[in-house]
Design a protein around this ligand. Sequence first.
Ligand code: EPU
Length: 418
Amino acid sequence: MDKLIIEGGRKLHGEIRISGAKNAALPLIAATLLIPGWHVIHNVPDLRDTRTILVLLESLGAIWKREGETLSINTETLNNLEASYDLVKTMRASILVLGPLLARMGKARVSLPGGCAIGARPIDFHLQALTKMGADLDLEDGYVSAFTDDGLSGATICFDVPSVTGTENILMAAVLAKGVTVIKNAAREPEVGNLVDMLISMGADIAGRDTDQLTIHGAKSLMPAEVTTIPDRIETGTYLIAVGAAGGEVTLKNCNPAHLPALLEKLRATGLIIKESVNSIFVSKPSIVHSIDIKTQPYPGFPTDLQAQLMALMSLSNGLSVITETIFENRFMHVAELKRMGAEIQINGNSAIVKGVKQLRGAQVMATDLRASASLVVAGLAAKGVTEISRIYHLERGYENMVEKLQALGARVSKEKD
Ligand code: EPU
């Protein structure tokens, strides 16, 4: 296993390009299962997770090729309708194949994802919605087997809370269902909008993009799509926060500031100087970082996927910050590691109370999930001394070329064998 070595305390300067969004690319790739023919997806990041979903598609019989950032996928020759435990256990988003497989083939068997480092993360919303659309579901041997005799039928689905992959799975199921599906309390994340665009370019009839109610008129057939993955808003936010912690002046290219309303407002409140254009953001750090409070919320609220990184920044603020996590019940695993670097943080229920300190110190740390690892990178870049982060396969799931990008900004970062 590799580890990341960061010699902290160097300001970041320069310009980097933001990659395509992991959490957009995964459903776009899954959506190619809906219809045979060559689909083309541009701006796809080359990450552990995007490779995993391609291995999954291959195991179902799909073929694909990558040229630079463009993926071409053909799912004409599907010969297996089972997503195995080995693949699903490494990436929960594998559940995204259930909706499209069931819609096209009338049958699918997908391993249940099980628990996760950040919370229980059930998939009951996905399963209840598919049942309402006429699927027969069997839970046996750790797998969900789904069948329909006569295809799926439109239904009105109301999620208890807006689920991102739940909305995506049901959208994909609904575009080939008979009749009208209405998804109420739908997730409004930009990644869902990206999938809606792909499905519309396949010929699907979907109204309500970017709202909490999506209405889908099922189609008899669709055609292959060509689509571009949106820029990764969480990668963008992570680098903005890193500049806030380490200092310096950086321009992020090929990003979409409009997808980060809550983060940009909060970072401005800390005193960071942020200048936006349509597809780039310039950020520079003043001498003092003011403390702010945040509460994670579904989009357009503050993203849970940036909570850990923001906590690392607040560890260096000039006061007290209250960080409340409302999406996942176990997403404070980074706290103990940040404390090993000198952060002063107390957990009280689903809130963390962070008292800013003058300086963090390098340490050997380890993270349990992707965004927790990113928060340790933010802390390590700002800390005095050397930080060693083990298990960086977590980072490789979601940050394309992170070492190279940080090096391009002047950081002393390298990867070593553990
Ligand atoms: N939930 C249920 N039942 C369900 C589905 C969700 O109770 O059937 C609950 C979850 O436990 C959670 C809340 O609903 O409390 C929202 O979860 P959601 O379903 O929206 O999460 P997800 O779709 O599994 C996606 C991202 C996550 C991101 C969350 C929240 C992908 C592939 N993953 O997960 O990304 O944190 O939305 O924004 O899109 C990451 O990239 O590091 C990551 C974890």
